[in-house]
Design a protein around this ligand. Structure first.
Ligand code: AMP
Length: 428
């Protein structure tokens, strides 16, 4: 079969690599892809932007693509799945209506309260109905969120009411474009975060292996928020009991609620959960796609044929399949560009990729591009080095051996990815 992966990041490289490993797959096209997907066996880049959804549909029709998997949120929010379906093409991801779970924080907060799903208390405002007294009455810190897509930057945890009001003013003033026309003011939740990612076929749910990511730039979870500096799987914080609770209190009511409202959800569904010290799994956000960088370590552990799982989901048969997982731990370390996250530089030459390719584990490309004979940086997050090991400590050692094999000017990475899991291993 011929498969199309939409997107250009580390998640898409991992998806393409895993799909190409299926004996059922002859060719994987990646639109637009990166320098890693360009050289992956049986993979090929196609120069169509991820948000050119009509161009993607035309390509899929022309090439008779059997199966399309959407990586990033932008084309989903634009309605790529609806467009492909209307053309009779199999495309795995949520409809435009369901993608509002990621595309609008206000929609999601209202949905969660309608269905009694645990989440932080909140208020939503536009400039016309904004009430500063509501903000001043909030306990500190208080969380301010732009309603729409803001490339992971639309969330500010304000330490003072003045900072909160200034943030809101800048959002209404257009700091995030139309994404900030509506804002959400939210109670700050304490606890430990976990990512919970499942596949959904409208009705049935197939949970994927658990994972945890590291959003802050610097070791010890300090510094600014980023798109993610690393992730590992499994996440021991998600015990069997907590897993059951998240399924029962978050995932199942979400899938049931969407179906009941006439918009059944198909695709990867990612819940960002804050586990309160009392055990309550509060929803921080939904993503309507696989996580990046969680995809990289999770797919390194997937033993099942991904095409079979996706086809089962598209056929409404997820209850009839199982996902088999490698028992080892996978740790993925993101290598970011100089200047990330504020203003990443581009065009720095990356060396050592051939050496790294001979080491155990795998490097997935993200913001990379081939220029002549060189592979150069072309985005904030450049590579993700994934190690596998019987323990998190061993997986981490393997990942950092890969990291230490590559080099480019101003390379940034954390040195402690997986530390929580390693700490748990040490203390039993
Ligand atoms: P979001 O995009 O909504 O997941 O927010 C990005 C990050 O901000 C999350 O991963 C959390 O680390 C943090 N965050 C968001 N909402 C809250 C909240 N209500 N309480 C505490 N931290 C939050």
């Amino acid at each position: 079969m011929k498969v199309l992966v939409i997107g250009a990041g580390g998640r898409e490289h991992a998806l393409a690599w895993k799909l190409a490993a299926s004996p059922r797959v002859a060719r994987v096209y990646v639109a637009p892809g990166n320098a890693g997907t360009a050289t992956e066996p049986r993979c090929e880049n196609v120069a169509i932007a991820a948000d050119d959804i009509a161009g993607l549909r035309d390509f899929a029709l022309r090439e008779r693509i059997d199966l399309t998997i959407v990586g990033p949120e932008a084309p989903l929010v634009l309605g790529v799945v609806d467009l492909f379906q209307a053309a009779g093409l199999a495309c795995f991801g949520p409809s435009r209506a369901c993608a509002r779970l990621e595309g609008s924080k206000a929609f999601t907060k209202a949905f969660l309260s309608r269905h009694g799903i645990p989440t932080a208390a909140y208020g939503r405002f536009t400039r016309a109905d904004f009430d500063p007294a509501f903000v001043r009455a909030q306990r500190l810190p208080v969380v301010i969120k732009a309603d729409g897509l803001a490339a992971g930057k639309g969330v500010v945890i304000a330490a003072t009411h003045e900072e909160a009001l200034a943030t809101i003013e800048s959002m209404f003033g257009g700091a995030f474009g139309a994404a900030g026309d509506t804002i959400v003011v939210e109670e700050f939740l304490p606890g430990e975060e976990a990512s919970f990612i499942v596949m959904v076929d409208g009705t049935h749910i197939l949970p994927l292996a658990t994972s945890q990511d590291h959003k802050r730039l610097a070791d010890g979870d300090r510094g600014p928020n980023t798109g993610g500096m690393g992730a590992y799987s499994p996440a021991p914080v998600v015990t069997d009991a907590l897993h059951a609770r998240i399924m029962r209190e978050v995932i199942e009511p979400t899938v049931r609620g969407l179906a009941a409202e006439g918009t059944p959800y198909t695709g990867f569904l990612y819940a960002g959960i804050m586990i309160h010290p009392d055990g309550t799994p509060n929803v921080l956000e939904f993503n309507c796609r696989f996580g990046d960088p969680e995809t990289q370590p999770i797919l390194m552990r997937l033993d099942s044929d991904l095409t079979l799982l996706v086809e089962a989901a598209l056929g409404g048969r997820l209850d009839a399949v199982r996902a088999e997982w490698d028992a080892r731990v996978a740790v993925g370390v993101v290598l970011a560009a100089s200047g990330y996250p504020e203003s990443p530089t581009r065009g720095d030459v990356i060396t050592g990729l051939e050496t790294a390719a001979r080491l155990p584990g795998k490097i997935f490309h993200a913001g990379t591009q081939r220029v002549g004979a060189d592979v150069v940086t072309s985005g904030g997050r450049v590579l993700c080095a994934v190690g596998l090991g019987a323990t998190a400590a061993l997986a981490q050692t393997q990942a950092y051996a890969l990291v230490d094999a590559v080099h480019y000017a101003g390379m940034q990475c954390r040195r402690d990815i997986g530390y929580r899991a390693i700490e748990r291993e040490r203390t039993g």
